[in-house]
Design a protein around this ligand. Structure first.
Ligand code: B12
Ligand code: SF4
Ligand code: SF4
Length: 397
């Protein structure tokens, strides 16, 4: 049985690496005390929209101990999905839908869970302590925990950024009754990684729907990721034009972050390599999907969760923004769809295509306005970080 803490942390980190995790850190279960207060504020302002599951389990979500009183240490893990291609390359391409980078390959829930399960089993068998593992769907605040465990910091776009992997990390956590976190060690900087956003505000300016009421705060109700994935009803009219050709999620605030310069696609787990049919799906094909076709195309992808109705609704909105009259017959057919949300989106899109118009501001415009400055303080990174630019291989939509 392994008993020495430092040795055990190193063994866990080594195993995590072997299982495909790019980052691993350890933190005491009560190390992120402000998270609960901030979650409550966010919910009280109604910023979660109709994600009622965030509200329902808020008391358990706010701290690891509230979920599991016996937990002593949180092991925070990150798996890279750094893309090889520019995530914004399809902006403004009329005939295709944009699927956000995180959903172009295998479902990260499945991939992370498999690795977490193997790691957790090894910990339980080697130490005779209890473990629980989480990825995304449980009432766990993964970003502040990963921050407290030293994996990176929560940037102004609210996602966790790692100096080595940029913001392209999926997060997962193992809770354990083991006491592993009372000393600083090679894999985590305690108590939490310092914020390296400095005076940069690229992500704030890149957002096409103005979803950040302030830096570090997101109003999900305005976020295209929420509108295209979580939101079930009709997409509010005020956001439809800005959605452009995005049919699932949005990457704009992530894609412009200068810290991605340090991320390498070679570090990404191969399971997340883009599937051809998800990297650039034709809108005509998406509009044509029935339930069986939807299940066939999106099997094994996180997209399967939204169902055919939401995907076709999104594709209809994108078609309305496409300026492509060839999509009119499909839209007119869908205006009679039994799903009223699909029918309404298709009718809107047909009307818009007949009158046609443009798309709202985007990350591409922010990039065209020139690089932002990133203050990196005295951490020795100044020379590397100065003059960072994020390049895109297109100038306009
Ligand atoms: C709900 C949710 C969403 C919602 C709300 C997003 C949000 N920012 O909360 C929606 C649907 C919009 C969404 C979108 C996306 N999501 Co999401 N989502 C979640 C989920 C399930 C919960 C997040 C949560 O707790 N939100 C509640 C609010 C209160 O938390 P918060 O934004 O972190 O708020 C903090 C800050 O506001 C901060 N704060 C407040 N005031 C101040 C002031 C200062 C000065 C500072 C420093 C901080 C600060 O404190 C708060 C608490 O930490 C997590 C999984 C999980 N279980 O954790 C995934 C998760 C956050 N999502 C993830 C991803 C990948 C995305 C998308 C990139 C997907 C996409 N491409 O479309 C987008 C990104 C949009 C964005 N800019 O955030 C990843 C992020 C990985 C990472 N590296 O951070 C996660 C962790 C899933 C995972 N397991 O990997 N998501
Ligand atoms: S840029 Fe996209 S993902 Fe980021 S907050 Fe705005 S709408 Fe949401
Ligand atoms: S784009 Fe700039 S402000 Fe936004 S998260 Fe990245 S470094 Fe921070």
């Amino acid at each position: 049985m392994v008993t020495d803490k430092q040795a055990l942390r190193e063994q866990i980190a080594d195993r995590a690496r072997a299982l495909g995790f790019a980052a691993c850190g350890f933190v005491a279960a009560d190390a992120a005390p402000r998270t609960g207060e901030r979650l409550r504020e966010w919910l009280a302002e109604g910023r979660h929209g109709d994600m009622l599951w965030m509200e329902e389990k808020a008391d358990r979500r706010e701290s690891p101990r509230a979920l599991w009183p016996e937990v002593r240490t949180v092991i925070a893990l990150g798996m890279s999905y750094a893309p090889a291609a520019d995530p914004l390359r399809l902006a403004g391409e009329g005939g295709v839908g944009r699927v956000s980078v995180y959903a172009q390959g295998a479902d990260y829930h499945d991939v992370l869970k498999k690795g977490l399960r193997q790691l957790a089993r090894w910990i339980a068998e080697s130490t005779a302590h209890d473990v629980k593992l989480f990825v995304d769907t449980a009432p766990v605040m993964e970003k502040p925990l990963a921050h407290a465990a030293g994996l990176g910091w929560q940037g102004k776009h609210t996602n966790l950024i790692s100096r080595a992997h940029g913001n392209w990390l999926f997060l997962g956590a193992i809770y354990t009754t083991l006491d592993l976190a009372d000393a600083p060690h090679a894999h985590a900087v305690a108590p939490g990684h310092r914020d390296l956003c400095g005076s940069c505000d690229r992500c704030q300016r890149a957002c096409p729907t103005d979803a950040f009421p302030a830096p570090y705060r997101l109003d999900a109700r305005r976020c295209i990721s929420y509108l295209t994935i979580e939101h079930r009803g009709p997409i509010p009219h005020e956001f439809r034009e800005a959605i452009g050709n995005r049919v699932y999620g949005c990457d704009d605030c992530l894609a412009v972050c200068p810290w991605n310069r340090f991320a390498s696609a070679a570090q990404a787990n191969r399971a997340f390599l883009p599937r051809a049919e998800l990297a650039a799906p034709a809108l005509a094909d998406l509009l044509d999907l029935d339930d069986a076709g939807f299940r066939r195309v999106f099997a094994g992808s996180p997209i399967k969760r939204i169902g055919r109705g939401r995907m076709v609704r999104n594709a209809a909105v994108a078609a309305g923004n496409s300026g492509d009259p060839a999509l009119l017959p499909a839209l007119e057919r869908l205006a009679g769809d039994p799903d009223p949300v699909v029918a309404e989106a298709a009718a809107w899109a047909s009307a818009r295509l007949r009158g046609s118009g443009g798309e709202a501001g985007s990350a591409v415009e922010v990039l065209a306005a020139g690089p932002a400055r990133v203050d990196v303080g005295n951490d020795g990174l100044g020379a590397l970080a100065r003059g960072i630019e994020v390049e895109v291989d297109h100038a306009q939509r």
